[in-house]
Every structure is written in structure tokens, then in C-alpha cells.
Design a protein around this ligand. Structure first.
Ligand code: UFG
Length: 331
């Protein structure tokens, strides 16, 4: 069993990984400032309230807990917000991550799993996109993660520090046991936004842009179930702990859906017809992002279980209904 520190473990993706790691019997410390996370989402391990930029606290936690590996989820994630507030993204996602890595190295902790993103590719020149595609992000969010990937590459080259960078495509869905799910202060992601509209929390769902060069004019994304993504982290951890390697993997299923297809599937799953309005493009959105996921399947032997848009939406819908009725937000 490994000792793992999980930053951002009270957040959406982090909490699903914590659940899986806890079920496998690993020893966990969850480090989260609760700016976007929730205490109730941490089902295993001890929670320490702290910011990733707090070097003093990190040193203290590392000395006490001595983790074998750090999984780093804590980050800001909204593409559109990053265009308006770039400093917020470079400070938290890039600068604070550097502080975390520095504190790890000072405490002889040299295994790291990084939450990267498909946004590092910008507008890919070919779809599906492979890991060796040039990194040309088109928004500060993607750039903030690209900087970290470069930092990781340089550090691993010069020392015995090893990392796996997982480039997430569009993560969605919720724990099929319905104990945890997405619970952001403000939701901007398509599936959550559409479900909340179905529930009546918003008057309408806006489709941002219908003039993209795609089959129906709306953006195409590769939606991956959060539990399949969590499994990828377990495999990446085993890979890192068993050999001295550093690597990068796409995490997506390898096929995409348009915004209209997602909206229609949400209507089908919820059996609720809601108002949809077509508006202008949202700043910073690439037309199409679909993963070539052969590398993670070949090297890590990743076998996704939930490659089904209806299932993804169904688990998110079950959670969405429970979240407002049984669980108090922000507690
Ligand atoms: N969209 C709408 N209406 C909405 C919300 C979204 O039309 O109310 C559209 C967006 O314009 C985009 C698509 O739905 O075309 C998906 O948007 P999301 O906000 O759900 O997700 P993004 O693709 O912008 O970004 C997500 C993650 C990023 C990650 C990226 C990788 O937030 O961290 O997927 O594909 F980098």
C-alpha cells in the first residue's frame, strides 16, 4: 500500500480518485484549501486545509506524512475565466505548482502525478490528437498547464524526480454509487449546465457558437467518465512507483460529440425538454478536441468501463438530483 498526498482531493475529480484509492486501502492525506472543494466529498484519508502556494505548510505536511507520491489536482479550470483573469491562473496553476514541486524535492519526494489538460494542444492540426502533437494553447488556462509540463520535463531531466502528466479531455459524470459528484460554486461545464437547466435552476441553456467547422456547427468534445479517469490515476501511480520513468498520456475515449448531441442526450436521459438558445462563440474555445488514447491503453493497459454518453449523463443526473435535495452545498 502506498502513502499518497492528494492536493485538491475535496474537488470534483480529486474526490473520485480519493474514493478509489481509499477503496484500494491506500493511506491518504488530502490537501485542499476548500475554495472549490467540499469537506463532505472527502470519503477517505485525513483532510488538511491548506493552499498549494503555502510552502511552510507543505514542508510541515511532507515531514510528518512522508508520502511516496503526490497527486496534484488543485487548480482553477475554467477556460473562459482564464481569458479574463490570466494572473489568477498563472499564479495558482503554474506558480503554486512550482512551489509544490520545490517543497517535494526539498523533502526527497520524487513521484508526481499531474492533472494536465487537452487545452495544451490549442487547435489541433489533426484529430484525434496524439501526445506528440505540438503544444500551442490558445487560452491562459491551457498555457498555465503547458508551463508546468515544461517545468516537469526540465526537472525530471536534471534529477531523479519522475512524473506522469495526464491530459484530461472533457471529464463528466459522477460516482455510480452517487456518494459524490460535481459540486462547483458556479457551474460552467456543458453537461452540468444542461442538467441544471433541466432541473429548472437556469431558465435556458445557451449554445456558444453554431458556425464551427464541425458536422452541425457546434464544438466537438471527447467526454470521459470521471471514474474511468480515476482508474487511469491508479495505473499511472503503479507505473511511477514501479519504475523510474516520466511520461505523458491523453485521457479520453477517442471519439467526440457535438454540443447539440450532448444537449439532445441530456433531454433524452432526463426526459425534460428545456429552452435552448443559440448565441455567439465563447472566447477561447477550440472547435474540436478528441483524444487518440492508444498510448494509455497500450502502455498503462487502461480499459475504460463507462464509454457511453448516456451513462455519463445518467450518473451526473442522479447526482444532480441528490445534490440539492440531500447534500447541503458548500458544507
Ligand atoms: N458550452 C455551451 N454552453 C454552455 C457550456 C458549454 O455551448 O453552457 C460549450 C462550450 O462552448 C464548448 C463545449 O460546450 O464548446 C464544452 O464546454 P465545457 O465548458 O463543458 O468544457 P471545455 O471544453 O471548455 O473545457 C473542458 C475543461 C478543460 C479542458 C477541456 C479539454 O474545463 O479543463 O475540457 O477538452 F481543458
Amino acid at each position: 500500500m502506498a502513502k499518497i498526498m492528494v492536493t485538491g482531493g475535496a474537488g470534483y475529480i480529486g474526490s473520485h480518485v480519493v474514493k478509489l484509492l481509499g477503496e484500494c486501502g491506500h493511506k491518504l492525506i488530502v490537501y485542499d484549501d476548500l475554495s472549490n472543494g467540499n469537506k463532505w466529498a472527502v470519503l477517505y484519508g485525513d483532510l488538511i486545509k491548506g493552499n498549494v502556494g503555502d510552502e511552510e505548510l507543505l514542508n510541515k505536511v511532507f515531514k510528518q506524512f512522508k508520502p511516496d507520491i503526490v497527486m496534484h489536482f488543485a487548480a482553477f479550470i475554467q477556460v473562459n475565466e482564464s481569458v479574463k483573469k490570466p494572473i489568477k491562473y498563472y499564479q495558482n496553476n503554474t506558480s503554486n505548482t512550482l512551489t509544490l514541486i520545490k517543497a517535494m524535492i526539498n523533502n526527497n519526494i520524487n513521484k508526481f502525478i499531474f492533472s494536465s489538460t487537452a487545452a495544451v494542444y490549442g487547435i489541433p492540426s489533426k484529430i484525434p490528437v496524439t501526445e506528440d502533437h505540438p503544444l500551442k494553447p490558445i487560452n491562459p488556462y491551457g498555457q498555465s498547464k503547458t508551463f508546468v509540463e515544461k517545468i516537469l520535463k526540465d526537472i525530471s531531466y536534471s534529477s531523479n524526480f519522475n512524473y506522469v502528466s495526464l491530459r484530461y479531455f472533457n471529464v463528466a459524470g459522477a460516482d455510480p454509487d452517487c456518494k459524490i459528484g460535481q459540486a462547483y460554486r458556479e457551474s460552467t461545464h456543458l453537461i452540468t449546465r444542461a442538467l441544471k437547466t433541466a432541473k429548472g435552476e437556469y431558465e435556458k441553456l445557451q449554445i456558444f457558437g453554431t458556425d464551427y467547422p464541425t458536422k452541425d456547427g457546434t464544438c466537438v468534445r471527447d467526454y470521459i467518465h470521471v471514474v474511468d479517469l480515476a482508474e487511469a490515476h491508479i495505473l499511472a501511480m503503479d507505473y511511477l512507483l514501479n519504475q523510474n520513468v516520466s511520461d505523458v498520456f491523453n485521457c479520453g475515449y477517442g471519439h467526440g460529440f457535438t454540443v447539440r448531441e450532448v444537449v439532445n442526450t441530456v433531454k433524452k436521459v432526463t426526459q425534460i425538454d428545456f429552452l435552448v438558445e443559440e448565441t455567439d462563440r465563447r472566447e477561447g474555445d477550440p472547435p474540436e478536441l478528441v483524444a487518440d488514447s492508444s498510448k494509455i491503453k497500450n502502455v498503462l493497459k487502461w480499459k475504460p468501463k463507462y464509454d457511453n454518453l448516456e451513462f455519463i449523463i445518467k450518473t451526473a443526473w442522479e447526482w444532480e438530483k441528490k445534490y440539492t435535495t440531500e447534500i447541503k452545498p458548500n458544507s
